[in-house]
Design a protein around this ligand. Sequence first.
Ligand SMILES: Nc1ncnc2c1ncn2[C@@H]1O[C@H](COP(=O)(O)OP(=O)(O)O)[C@@H](O)[C@H]1O
Ligand SMILES: [Mg+2]
Length: 339
Amino acid sequence: MGIEPDTVDLDAILDPTLTYRENWENVLKAIGKGSDRTIEEDEAEAQRREFLEREAERFEDERSAVSRGEDEHKAAKKVLKLSEENLEKWEEHPDEYDIEGVDYRIEGIVANYGSLELTGDWGVVSILGMRGMGKTYLLEHTTTNTEHIVWIDPTGALRPKKVEVLKIDVMPPEEQLSKIVERAITKKRAVVLDISDLKREQMVKVADVIADTIMRTAKRTGRTYTVVADEIGEYIEQEKQYYAPEFERMARVGRNYGVLWLILATQRPQKVNKHVLALSDYYIIFRLLHNRDLEAVKELMGVDSKTWKAIRSGIVNQNRGEYLIFDGKTYAWVRGGRK
Ligand SMILES: Nc1ncnc2c1ncn2[C@@H]1O[C@H](COP(=O)(O)OP(=O)(O)O)[C@@H](O)[C@H]1O
Ligand SMILES: [Mg+2]
């Protein structure tokens, strides 16, 4: 006979004295598996997810306060999606894994050592950290849900695998440049625009044309874009001697045009325009040592002095590839292989 799926009372079914497997089987029975009644697949899926969430929460509640507290502000080596197998893995080694949405609460981003998965709909991400810490590497290993992804490369270092590179090393008339860029960003799903051979003044101008062209193209075609910009200090200076206003505009209103994700990186947060950095929804902070850069981060995070003391020492003591991720409320440490 089966039970109406939306009248299943999971609390009544879950028995804390039974194992995870046994509970799981009881739920399957309750939602109609094996009966002559078929239920909609998405309803079954919703039930399943709800069960998994409750199971995960129950386990989380049973952990000691200390082990939980240590874990909460820290992204584990591997953040897993909520699934039956992953839940078992996690229950065996809660310190090695985190489960998205359970003990890792930064939504919209799955932050791993060496990779970044942007799962939310949109956002601006700023990646800050001194040279050689892994900013460019992380940019190369970033994935999003948008139809297109464009990397802007002012240092010639960005080389994501299997992505075509368009080198812009002469400064054609603006209209012509815009056409070249438009072709490149519509033809391929992913492209690197390498502007590293240009003189500084030209670089600023080209960055502006690129930003303007991406926004107009996104709007005209209705396609969604991710823009990844390395070392933005080259054209978004705090002092504004070198400054690309269209690029700033993209950070402010690009989303309305279809530029859903904008990811920025710099090794000198102190030297980059604060208004642009302050537009970020997420901050990723690799090791920094200069006091002024650290002060800039403190300002951006807006945390109290006591919290900052702990965060500061964490930032200063990170190894290559390790970083702090902050979404305006919650922060988490992403650590490397061994401890
Ligand atoms: N998570 C990582 N795993 C393996 N190698 C890494 C990782 N992060 C950085 N690297 C390597 O470290 C070096 C410096 O990284 P890079 O991304 O160029 O630093 P940045 O852009 O911060 O100056 C590069 O050779 C890069 O391949
Ligand atoms: Mg770099």
